[in-house]
Design a protein around this ligand. Structure first.
Ligand SMILES: C[S@@+](CC[C@H](N)C(=O)[O-])C[C@H]1O[C@@H](n2cnc3c(N)ncnc32)[C@H](O)[C@@H]1O
Ligand code: SF4
Length: 417
């Protein structure tokens, strides 16, 4: 906690914390943002996994019907400020379990398409239980081009430790492979009790050799409000595991596309987080613009009620200081392993070197970054330290933010120090 605070104070050159308040701006000023991405949150699951921190409830048919109407209205409210259709990079539908609204998916995507021209594809998160020929066909005919499957592990003991069931994953992956999506991501978790490096590399190989074009390997995080029977392995073990994931992918010529993702060469990326700006729709969805970050309420009932009153379901907003925005940008650029000074200047409005010249020099000296063709690339060592920092911020910031938001629909403020 102290370390995350000190790093924030140093990099933002200010004691000012990240202060989210309910003094919301009524309108989202996104019309001129470049590289805008879109995200839609579907908060329904068949059952709740003990380890999962995301905003979700158990499926209920009546709630889903009301939620769909509210979601379409939110998209209309935000989209209708545009004078003309706006180009966006991509649309991701995450959850929860978006396929539980498969019969509504085309309608939701078509509603988005009334206002936005999606250039680089549509991605959907799938639970393995969602995978069958009917759902895959519906996804294809709705225009979905990328999918991400939450396998977590192919190993029965690891699944049991997470409280998940085995479900003929290889057969399902092959079915997905036959359906020919552009990108197939498989989520795996590392640092699960009883998991060994051999189990993990077997998992990686099973994913790739049965059709995955990308794997996302997330370190198991024990959120304070989760209900985990088994706790994650200690950081020393996670360090070894991340090293073996990286080594194995290097040996087998899979490219590291972010600190926690690896992909077959020449394939596209499934990434809903590494975008310059994005608009989020649905409960708990976040929106990031040039100088503002906003988060929707986590309460489904309050979300529906607000929208039915003709208001945006915003719970909290943060107005960035220049350096806070710069740090936020650098955080997610570094996650994708490359910092592009041209893009930095476009978004932040100042040269990267004039703001963080010393830090770049120091990171190069310490072997965390390498400069090539005017860009800064994270090294293996840099990626490991990033993994540590990301976990520390998840525990200090995301855990706190989500824990308050899941119990209070509209908190007055949340201060992240
Ligand atoms: C929204 S979730 C899951 C999507 C889908 N509902 C499923 O269960 O397959 C996205 C991913 O976050 C990762 N995740 C969730 N909780 C986690 C935790 N406590 N630690 C690490 N990764 C986690 C999992 O890999 C999961 O597949
Ligand atoms: S891991 Fe997936 S299925 Fe489980 S609770 Fe989270 S979103 Fe739902």
């Amino acid at each position: 906690m102290l370390l995350t605070s000190l790093l924030r104070i140093y990099l933002t050159r200010s004691l000012r914390p990240f202060e989210f308040t309910n003094k919301n701006k009524a309108i989202l000023d996104y019309e001129n943002e470049e590289n805008l991405g879109l995200y839609v949150h579907i908060p329904f699951c068949r059952s709740i996994c003990s380890f999962c921190p995301y905003c979700k409830v158990v499926y209920n048919h009546e709630t889903v019907k009301k939620y769909k109407l509210a979601l379409l209205k939110e998209i209309d409210m935000v989209g209708s400020i545009l004078q003309a259709k706006k180009e966006v990079t991509s649309l991701y539908l995450g959850g929860g379990t978006p396929a539980l609204m498969i019969d509504n998916m085309k309608e939701i995507i078509d509603c988005v398409k009334k206002y936005f021209d999606i250039k680089q594809g549509i991605g959907v998160e799938l639970h393995p239980d969602d995978i069958n020929k009917g759902t895959l066909n519906q996804l294809k005919s709705s225009g979905v081009t990328m999918i991400s499957i939450g396998i977590q592990s192919f190993n029965e003991k690891c699944l049991l430790a997470l409280g998940r069931r085995d479900g003929d994953f290889i057969k399902k992956l092959r079915m997905v492979d036959e359906a020919k999506f552009d990108v197939v991501d498989v989520d795996l978790i590392f640092g699960i009790p009883m998991q060994t490096e051999t189990i993990l590399t077997e998992d990686i190989e099973k994913a790739f050799s049965n059709g995955a074009t990308q794997i996302s390997t997330y370190p198991f995080i024990d959120f304070t409000f989760a209900n985990n029977t088994y706790k994650p392995l200690p950081e020393k073990e996670k360090k070894r595991m991340l090293g073996s994931i990286s080594d194995y992918c290097k040996e087998t010529e899979r490219e590291r596309t972010s600190v926690w993702t690896f992909a077959k060469k020449g394939t596209g990326k499934y990434s809903s987080v590494t975008r310059d700006n994005f608009l989020g729709f649905g409960v708990s969805a976040t929106t990031l613009l040039r100088d503002q970050f906003k988060i929707n309420t986590f309460s489904i009932d309050d979300y529906i009620e607000k929208i039915n009153f003709g208001q945006l379901p915003t719970s909290l907003t943060l107005s960035f200081s220049l350096r806070q925005r710069a740090v936020y940008y650098l955080f997610w650029s570094a996650y994708s392993m490359v910092i592009n000074p041209v893009q930095f200047q476009k978004i932040i409005g100042k040269p990267l070197k004039s703001m963080y010249g010393f830090e770049l020099w120091l990171c190069k000296l310490l072997g965390f970054l390498k400069e090539r063709d005017g860009k800064y690339y994270l090294t293996e060592k840099g990626a490991y330290y990033y993994h540590l920092i990301e976990q520390a911020y998840t525990t200090a910031y995301i855990d706190k933010m989500w824990n308050i938001s899941r119990t209070t629909a509209f908190p007055e403020q949340i201060v992240l120090k």
